[in-house]
Write a protein that binds this ligand. Structure first.
Ligand SMILES: [Zn+2]
Length: 276
């Protein structure tokens, strides 16, 4: 997920056999996994398609991971080598915290990529979904002194809930794990400085919606700062804004569901193959 993801290369032989694997895997996985897991696979596959639709993909890099319902040490991740727009329910790979494949999938997984995902899944029981992207807007704001500034409607809602982590270079050292957790604290969204966001959720839909708000806040900040000096929102107004939002919020487990479903319908108009 972190920097070394961006530079480590997959096995060329494995990549060239993706199409062969696709047919066999599609049949095997659905018949061998639980109904709950299959639903989670479809939901996560749809999420990858939504990210691709919104332009939040990064070629074959980055990850969105989701815990397998009812299984503490198992989660689903994209196969390394597929674009987000190619991910399907069957091609997602079920792995454990150590990165071992649990579902017999022959698709490769970028072990370096999920190192930090597995840390958050392991250490934070409330976290069921973890998103890490390199979108231009979020990476740009991650690289800006002061990070996300409270200068627009979306930022006012998200800036107080955002943690920051100093860039330590290519993330190959296990000892950075505790520092990630210290930087995060009780928050569930973090900008990795000079790198990009990590957005977590109690559900996939909640994480998706928070990523959407963060993305919008960053896009608007980029445009605003390009024009000149922004109007800052005062702390009192931010507090009132957050209070109003919390009063209006729905059941936490339903957070982001209507938005996610609307995006699924949009994706479906172009391609429904994520269900397979
Ligand atoms: Zn990264």
């Amino acid at each position: 997920m972190f920097s070394r993801l961006c530079y480590s290369m997959p096995n060329k032989d494995k990549i060239s056999r993706f199409e062969e694997r696709k047919m066999a895997t599609a049949i095997n996985i659905q018949s061998s996994c639980s109904e709950e897991e299959w639903k989670a696979r479809q939901r996560l596959a749809a999420c990858y398609r939504i990210f691709a639709y919104l332009g939040w993909d990064e070629m074959i890099f980055n990850h969105i991971t989701l815990k397998v319902p009812g299984e503490d040490d198992a989660f689903l991740i994209n196969p390394y080598g597929l674009h987000f727009s190619e991910v399907t329910a069957s091609t997602l790979v079920k792995i454990d915290i150590e990165g071992n494949t649990l579902d017999g999938s022959t698709y490769p997984v970028n072990k370096a990529g999920f190192t930090q995902h597995s840390l958050f899944h392991r250490e934070l029981p409330d976290v069921h979904a973890v998103i890490h992207t390199h979108t231009t807007a979020t990476m740009a704001v991650s690289s800006l002194e002061g990070g996300l500034q409270p200068i627009n409607f979306y930022a006012a809602a998200i800036a107080p809930r955002l943690a920051y982590h100093k860039f330590e270079g290519i993330t190959v050292h296990e000892d950075e794990g505790p520092r990630f957790l210290t930087s995060l604290g009780k928050k569930r969204m973090m900008l990795l400085e000079n790198h990009g966001p990590v957005v977590m959720g109690r559900t996939l839909e909640e994480a998706f919606l928070n990523h959407w708000v963060l993305q919008r806040a960053c896009e608007i900040q980029m445009q605003t700062l390009a024009m000149g000096k922004p109007v800052m929102i005062g702390e009192e107004v931010i507090k009132k804004h957050l209070d109003n939002l919390s009063q209006a919020s729905i059941d936490p487990m339903q957070q982001g569901v209507p938005e996610f479903d609307a995006m699924v319908r949009l994706v479906d108009r172009e391609d429904q193959s994520w269900r397979e």
